[in-house]
Design a protein around this ligand. Structure first.
Ligand SMILES: Cc1cc2nc3c(=O)[nH]c(=O)nc-3n(C[C@H](O)[C@H](O)[C@H](O)COP(=O)(O)OP(=O)(O)OC[C@H]3O[C@@H](n4cnc5c(N)ncnc54)[C@H](O)[C@@H]3O)c2cc1C
Length: 346
């Protein structure tokens, strides 16, 4: 645990699309943000669950994939130089004597600010891990629980484990580029959509992939790098399959986690807020995006963006009542344009 405490204006729990857009709205008002996310990158559900699927209901973007949306948001917030604390949960929330809040993460980072924004979506994503022998030894280099970039798997030997939609979808998507895919499933029936199941079985019939019904019983390799996995089939045969990447797609657990113990007013795992400010019932703590609830709430990205804009202004007025808030449009306000690093007002 580190001793140093980092002070800032706004601590944002969750670097999904809504947490990211909060950086932009807070930045326009001159506020500095630190973000914490359990994942190892920004993007929340867009990156974790559907990076390459098109979204059709972002205003003015007729079509944009989850990954493109997050890349563009990262560009949009870059003038405000947010600090990211990835691969750790925001764990402890404590009020300080000066009225500010301290958030301590599972890696011992301590952040203090007058404003904490809970933009935690459905909670922290945690992949369900299979109970494979020696999994921990190969996890860092050769075991992937999500596909972030399909090109990584070009000409590789992949062993995909699972029988649900995620496993089947990735078999279908990666089959054209991988050297070889072996799908391992513990039963002869798949849980995924009928259409996906038929496509996977057709790929197997055509010899484009291999399907093994059974269980992975051992991992083989050296220095954390896999070379093969051993499978025991339902018939009791032992099969050794060459493997560069083992990809268990057994689903994700999403849990609200430590936030549930922060004393906020909850309604079925959502944080109740005032829909005029997005303040919770605890002064200085705000909640926006999928995690918050109020009458008429729509769980959409565009709603979260609106909530971020309203929240930032309300939080600024609460935390800095003596400071003048810059208003106006990004098209015309010179202070805002200077903060964005555009225009010439010297
Ligand atoms: C398959 C699918 C398709 C979708 N399609 C659309 C669509 O077409 N249009 C649309 O508008 N919406 C769509 N959605 C919904 C949309 O993705 C969500 O509304 C949006 O992601 C909510 O953003 P968020 O930032 O509030 O939360 P999230 O994207 O869930 O991000 C929250 C982040 O908080 C982190 N977190 C949570 N708790 C902690 C903690 N204690 N410490 C650290 N980090 C934490 C999580 O790891 C996560 O990264 C879709 C969702 C899915 C699953």
């Amino acid at each position: 645990m580190q001793d140093e405490v980092i002070t800032t204006d706004m601590i944002i729990v969750g670097a999904g699309p809504v947490g990211l857009f909060s950086v932009f709205e807070a930045g326009l008002l001159g506020l500095k943000c630190h973000l914490i996310d359990n994942l190892d990158r920004a993007g929340g559900q867009c990156i974790e669950l559907y990076p390459e699927k098109p979204i059709y209901d972002i205003p003015s973007r007729a079509q944009v994939t989850g990954k493109e949306l997050i890349n563009d948001l990262m560009k949009q917030v870059s003038p405000f130089e947010p600090d990211f604390h990835f691969s750790q949960q925001a764990e402890i929330l404590e009020k300080q004597k000066n009225g500010h809040w301290r958030v301590t993460t599972t890696r011992g980072i301590m952040l203090e600010a007058p404003i904490v924004v809970v933009a935690a979506g459905a909670g922290s994503f945690i992949p369900k891990k299979p109970p494979f022998n020696k999994l921990g030894e190969f996890e860092e280099k050769s075991v992937n629980y999500a596909v972030y970039r399909m090109e990584k798997y070009r000409d590789k030997n992949l062993v995909i484990v699972g029988g649900g939609d995620s496993a089947l979808d990735w078999v279908i998507n990666l089959a054209p580029i991988a050297q070889k895919i072996t799908l391992v499933h513990r039963r002869e029936e798949f849980r995924g959509a009928y259409d996906s199941t038929q496509r996977v079985l057709k790929l197997a019939e055509e010899g484009k992939i291999d399907v093994q019904y059974g269980n992975v019983i051992d991992l083989v390799g050296a220095d954390g790098v896999l070379s093969a996995v051993e499978i025991e089939t339902l018939k009791g045969d032992k099969v050794t399959v060459e493997c560069d990447y083992l990809m268990p797609f057994l689903g994700l657990k999403v849990t609200l986690g430590p936030i549930a113990n922060w004393g906020l007013n909850l309604d079925k795992k959502h944080v109740q807020v005032c829909h005029e400010t997005f303040a919770t019932d605890t002064a200085g703590i705000y909640a926006i995006g999928d995690v918050c609830t109020y009458p008429g709430k729509l769980k959409l990205i565009l709603t979260g963006f609106y909530e971020a804009a309203v929240m930032a202004k309300a939080a600024f007025a609460y935390a800095y009542p003596d400071r003048k808030m810059v208003g106006g449009y990004t098209t015309t306000n010179s202070v805002i344009q200077d903060r964005l690093g555009v225009g010439d007002h010297s």
